[in-house]
Design a protein around this ligand. Structure first.
Ligand SMILES: O=c1ccn([C@@H]2O[C@H](COP(=O)(O)OP(=O)(O)O[C@H]3O[C@H](CO)[C@@H](O)[C@H](O)[C@H]3O)[C@@H](O)[C@H]2O)c(=O)[nH]1
Ligand SMILES: [Mn+2]
Length: 829
C-alpha cells in the first residue's frame, strides 16, 4: 500500500563526473572566446581590410548564436517513471479504474503523400494501446476531405475488431501491424506458446488481406470519376470539392454497440473533416487541431489530449501511462502543460546521411531544456493538459523562498540565485526538514487531490459568460465543457444533439472574432505551429516535461532523400522566420510572464537560427576568396595568436565531446548534425529568409508542404531519389568554388616553391572545412547512378565562374595600391 503513495516519477540529475567537466569546458570556452575576439579586433588585416571586417562580423554572430544554443543546456536532467505505482494508485483491485481519459488526435491531409495504410497503422496502434478502453478516444482529422481516407478508416475500424484483442492477449509490441510483422524475430526459437505461433500466423494472414483491401481502395482512388465520388450507399461524397465542402463527422467505433470479436468494447474512433469554404483562412495543421479540440470537447471531453502526425504510431503501448506518471502526479502534475516524447524514426538509412534522426536535438538540447522549464513542443507525440490549451495561466506554485527553478541546488544558473550564507543555512535546515516532509507528503496527497478541483473553476469563474463566449466562440455546449475541470460529459447529454453541436464547432466561421489561434488552442501565424503553441504555454508559466521511455514511445517516418529533406528544413526555418516577424517573437514577447530567461534564450535561438545562414554563406565563400586572392582573414600569425586559435579549436571540439557523453550521443550522429547544420544553413535557411521577408513585405502567403511518408519499399530506394530544386544551387556553388580554389591554391604553391606552403596551409584548412561539411550534400547530388542533373551543373558552374571572374575584376577587399593584377591567385610579379 505504501508503494502506491510514492511519487510516480523521479528526476535524475546527470552524474557530476559528467556534468562538472562539461560546465568547466563551457566556461573555459567562453574565456578563450574573449581572448580570441580581443586578438581579432585589435589585429586588422591591412591589405585585406574588407575581408577582415566581414569575417569578424560573422564570427561575432557565430559566438552569439553559440551562447544562445549552449546555455539552455546548462543543467540537463533525466527522468524515471514508475508505471507500477501508477497502476497501484489508480487501478485498485475490484474498483473501476481512476486513470484519466485521453483524447488522441491524428492529423492527415493528403492520402497520396500520406498513404492510408500508414494512417491505418497509426490508428490501430492507438486503438490497441494499453489503457482502459473507455478512457481512450481517437479522432482522425482529414484536412483533405478524401473519401479514400474515410473508407480506409472504416476498413481499419473493422480490422481493429480482430487486431486489438490479439495485441492485448499476447501483449505484443509494437501494436502497429506493419511494423510488428516486419520485425525479424524467430518465434520458434524462444520456446513460445504454440497457441501464440498459430494465432500469430492467422493474424498475419488477416493483416495481409486487410492490406490488399486498403491497396485496392488506393488504386480505385487513382482516377476521380467525372461526377465525383459516390459513397457505398449511393449518395455523393460531401467532400468532393476539397476547398469547398461541409464539415463531416462520423463515429466509427465505440459506444455504438460495436465490440471486438471477443465481445469486448473498443475505444471510440471518430472521423472528422472540418468545413472548408473559399475565402476563409484555414490555418493548416493548427486549424485542424483546434477543430479537433472542440469536437472532442463536445463528444468525450477528456482532460488530456495526445496529438500525433498520421505517420507517428504508438511504438510503446504503455506510452499513455508514461505520460500519466507526470500528469496525474498529485504534487508535480498540476503545473505540467504537456509531456513531450522525443521523435524517433523508422526506415532511415544506416548512416543517417541527412541527420534525419535529429539525435543531437532530441537527446541533448531537449534534455537541457527539461532542466529549466521543459522541452519545446515538437508537433507530435505530445500529451497535453486540455486546460493549458485553453490559454489559462498555470496554477500558482508556492515556491520555497529563494529558489525559482527546478535545477539541482548546485547549478542555479537559470534562476540566477546566488547562495549567500543565510540561504545556505536555510538549505541545511531544509535538508533536515525534508525527511519529515516526505512523510507529511503522503498525508498531503489526499488534501491536494481534493484541492486540485478548485484550480480551474477558480480561473473560469473569474470570467463572465460574455467573455467566455468571446474567448471560446458561440457554442454553449463547448463553453460548458471548458468549465468541467476534470473533463467528461454531463450525463444528461444526448449523443445525437452532441453530434449536431460537434458539426457546429467545426464550421469555418466558428473562430471568427474569438481567441482561437491567438490565445486559445494551437496558435496561428506560422507553419511551425508547434514552437508557437508551446511558447505561449511557457509564457503562461506552465512547465513541460520530457519523457524518454526505454522503448521509444512513438515512431514516425522521415524524408530521407536530399530534396525532400531540404524542403522540410525549409518549412521549419520559414516557420521560425514567420515567428521572428510576428508579435509573438520571443525576443520581445511575454516579459513579466512565467517564462524563465534561459528558456527564452532557447526560444530566441529557435527563431533566429535561419539568420545564421547569411554569415554562414559568407564564411563558406571566404576560403575560396582567400585562396584565389592570396589574402587571408588574419594577419601573419604570432605565437600568442596561434595558441588562442588552437585553444578555441580544442575547446569547441571538447564541448562537443563532453556533451555527447552526458547526452549518450555517438560521434557519428554529432558529426552528421554538424554537417547538416552547414548544408541546411546555406540552402534551406537562406530560402526561408527570403520567403519570410516576402511574406512580411509583400504579403505572399506561405504553404505547408507535407512530406511524403514512404510505404515500406525498403532498401532505402528513397535515399537516392532525386528531385530538382533551386535549394540545391547555393551549396553546389559553394562546393565548386571551394574545390576550384583548392586546386588553384595548390597549383599556385607548387609553382612558387617551398615557402608559399606555409601561408597556404591555413587557407587550405579553411576550404577543406567547408568541403567536408558539404560532403553528404555532394554525395546526394551525385546520387546512386552518377546522374547529376545537367541543369544544376550548368547553373552552378555559371555562378561559380561568374563569381570568380567578377572577383578578379572588382576586388572590394583590396584597399591599397589600386588594381592589383591577379589572375587565379597567381602573383604575376
Ligand atoms: O494543412 C495541413 C497540413 C499538414 N497537416 C498535418 O501535419 C502533420 C505534419 O506534417 P509533415 O509533413 O509530416 O511535417 P514534418 O516536418 O514531418 O512534421 C514536423 O513539423 C511540423 C511543423 O512544421 C509539425 O506540425 C509536425 O508535428 C512535426 O512532426 C501531418 O500529420 C499532416 O497531415 C494537416 O493536418 N493539415
Ligand atoms: Mn512528418
Amino acid at each position: 500500500m505504501d508503494e502506491a503513495r510514492q511519487p510516480l516519477s523521479r528526476k535524475l540529475p546527470i552524474p557530476s563526473s559528467m556534468i562538472s567537466p562539461y560546465r568547466l569546458i563551457i566556461i573555459l570556452r567562453l574565456m578563450i572566446l574573449g581572448f580570441f575576439f580581443h586578438y581579432r579586433l585589435l589585429h586588422p588585416v591591412h591589405d585585406a581590410y574588407g575581408l577582415w571586417v566581414t569575417s569578424v562580423i560573422c564570427e561575432i554572430w557565430f559566438a552569439i548564436s553559440w551562447i544562445l544554443d549552449q546555455f539552455p543546456k546548462w543543467c540537463p536532467v533525466r527522468r524515471e517513471t514508475y508505471l507500477d505505482r501508477l497502476s497501484l494508485r489508480y487501478e485498485k483491485e475490484g474498483k473501476p479504474t481512476e486513470l484519466a481519459s485521453i483524447d488522441i488526435f491524428v492529423s492527415t491531409v493528403d492520402p497520396t503523400k500520406e498513404p492510408p495504410l500508414i494512417t491505418a497503422n497509426t490508428v490501430l496502434s492507438i486503438l490497441a494501446v494499453d489503457y482502459p478502453v473507455d478512457k481512450v478516444a481517437c479522432y482522425v482529422s482529414d484536412d483533405g476531405a478524401a473519401m479514400l481516407t474515410f473508407e480506409a478508416l472504416s476498413e481499419t475500424s473493422e480490422f481493429a475488431r480482430k487486431w486489438v484483442p490479439f495485441c492485448k492477449k499476447f501483449s505484443i509490441e509494437p501494436r502497429a501491424p506493419e511494423w510488428y510483422f516486419s520485425q525479424k524475430i524467430d518465434y520458434l526459437k524462444n520456446k513460445v506458446h504454440p497457441a501464440f505461433v498459430k494465432h500469430r500466423r492467422a493474424m498475419k494472414r488477416e493483416y495481409e488481406e486487410f492490406k490488399v483491401r486498403i491497396n485496392s481502395l488506393v488504386s480505385m482512388a487513382q482516377k476521380v470519376p467525372e461526377e465525383g465520388w459516390t459513397m457505398q450507399d449511393g449518395t455523393p461524397w460531401p467532400g468532393n470539392n476539397v476547398r469547398n465542402h461541409p464539415g463531416m463527422i462520423q463515429v466509427l467505433l465505440g459506444h455504438t454497440g460495436v465490440h471486438d470479436i471477443e465481445g469486448n468494447e473498443l475505444p471510440r474512433l471518430v472521423y472528422v473533416s472540418r468545413e472548408k469554404r473559399p475565402g476563409f483562412e484555414h490555418h493548416k495543421k493548427a486549424g485542424a487541431m483546434n477543430a479537433l479540440v472542440r469536437v472532442s470537447a463536445v463528444i468525450s471531453n477528456a482532460p488530456y489530449l495526445l496529438n500525433v502526425d498520421c505517420d507517428h504510431y504508438i511504438n510503446n503501448s504503455k506510452a499513455l501511462r508514461e505520460a500519466m506518471c507526470f500528469m496525474m502526479d498529485p504534487s508535480l502534475g498540476k503545473r505540467v502543460c504537456y509531456v513531450q516524447f522525443p521523435q524517433r524514426f523508422d526506415g532511415i538509412d544506416r548512416h543517417d546521411r541527412y541527420s534525419n534522426r535529429n539525435i543531437v536535438f532530441f537527446d541533448i538540447n531537449m534534455r537541457g531544456l527539461d532542466g529549466i522549464q521543459g522541452p519545446i513542443y515538437v508537433g507530435t507525440g505530445c500529451v497535453f493538459r486540455r486546460q493549458a490549451l485553453y490559454g489559462y495561466d498555470a496554477p500558482v506554485k508556492k515556491k520555497p523562498p529563494g529558489k525559482t527553478c527546478n535545477c539541482p541546488r548546485c547549478c542555479c544558473l537559470c534562476c540566477g540565485s546566488r547562495k549567500g550564507k543565510k540561504v545556505k543555512q536555510r538549505d541545511q535546515k531544509k535538508k533536515k526538514m525534508k525527511h519529515r516532509e516526505s512523510s507529511n507528503q503522503i498525508y498531503a496527497l489526499e488534501t491536494i487531490q481534493g484541492g486540485i478541483k478548485g484550480i480551474y473553476t477558480e480561473q473560469a469563474s473569474k470570467t463572465s459568460p460574455d467573455e467566455l463566449e468571446k474567448k471560446f466562440g458561440q457554442s454553449p455546449v463547448f463553453i460548458a465543457s471548458t468549465l468541467l475541470e476534470n473533463g467528461g460529459i454531463p450525463d444528461e447529454a444526448r449523443p445525437a444533439s452532441l453530434l449536431n453541436e460537434a458539426i457546429q464547432v467545426i464550421s469555418c466561421d466558428y473562430e471568427d472574432k474569438t481567441d482561437w489561434g491567438k490565445e486559445v488552442g494551437w496558435i496561428y501565424g506560422s507553419v511551425t505551429e508547434d514552437i508557437l503553441t508551446g511558447f505561449k504555454m511557457h509564457c503562461h508559466g506552465w512547465r513541460s516535461v520530457y519523457c524518454i521511455p526505454k522503448r521509444p514511445a512513438f515512431k514516425g517516418s522521415a524524408p530521407i532523400n536530399l530534396s525532400d529533406r531540404l524542403h522540410q528544413v525549409l518549412r521549419w526555418a520559414l516557420g521560425s522566420v514567420e515567428i521572428f516577424f510576428s508579435k509573438h517573437c520571443p525576443v520581445w514577447y511575454g516579459y513579466g510572464g512565467g517564462l524563465k530567461w534561459l528558456e527564452r534564450f532557447s526560444y530566441i535561438n529557435s527563431v533566429v537560427y535561419p539568420w545564421t545562414s547569411i554569415p554562414l554563406i559568407i564564411y563558406c565563400t571566404l576560403p575560396a576568396i582567400c585562396l584565389l586572392t592570396g589574402k587571408f582573414i588574419v594577419p601573419e600569425i604570432s605565437n600568442y595568436a596561434s595558441i588562442v586559435f588552437m585553444a578555441l579549436f580544442i575547446s569547441i571540439a571538447a564541448t562537443g565531446i563532453v556533451e555527447m557523453r552526458w547526452g549518450g550521443v555517438g560521434i557519428d550522429d554529432w558529426w552528421r548534425n554538424e554537417q547538416f547544420w552547414v548544408i541546411g544553413g546555406v540552402s534551406s535557411h537562406l530560402f526561408a529568409l527570403f520567403q519570410g521577408l516576402l511574406k512580411v513585405l509583400a504579403g505572399v502567403n506561405t504553404n505547408f508542404t507535407v512530406t511524403s511518408k514512404a510505404g515500406d519499399d525498403g532498401e532505402y530506394s528513397e535515399l537516392y531519389l532525386f528531385k530538382w530544386t533551386s535549394l540545391l544551387i547555393p551549396p553546389t556553388t559553394l562546393l565548386i568554388i571551394n574545390i576550384v580554389a583548392v586546386v588553384v591554391g595548390i597549383s599556385d604553391a607548387i609553382n612558387n616553391g617551398y615557402e608559399s606552403w606555409g601561408p597556404l596551409f591555413g587557407k587550405l584548412f579553411f576550404a577543406l572545412w567547408v568541403i567536408v561539411h558539404l560532403y553528404p550534400f555532394l554525395k546526394g547530388l551525385i546520387g546512386k547512378k552518377d546522374r547529376l542533373p545537367t541543369i544544376i551543373l550548368v547553373w552552378s558552374i555559371l555562378l561559380a565562374s561568374l563569381l570568380t571572374l567578377s572577383w578578379v575584376r572588382i576586388n572590394p577587399f583590396l584597399t591599397k595600391g589600386g588594381l592589383v593584377l591577379e589572375v587565379c591567385g597567381l602573383d604575376c610579379d
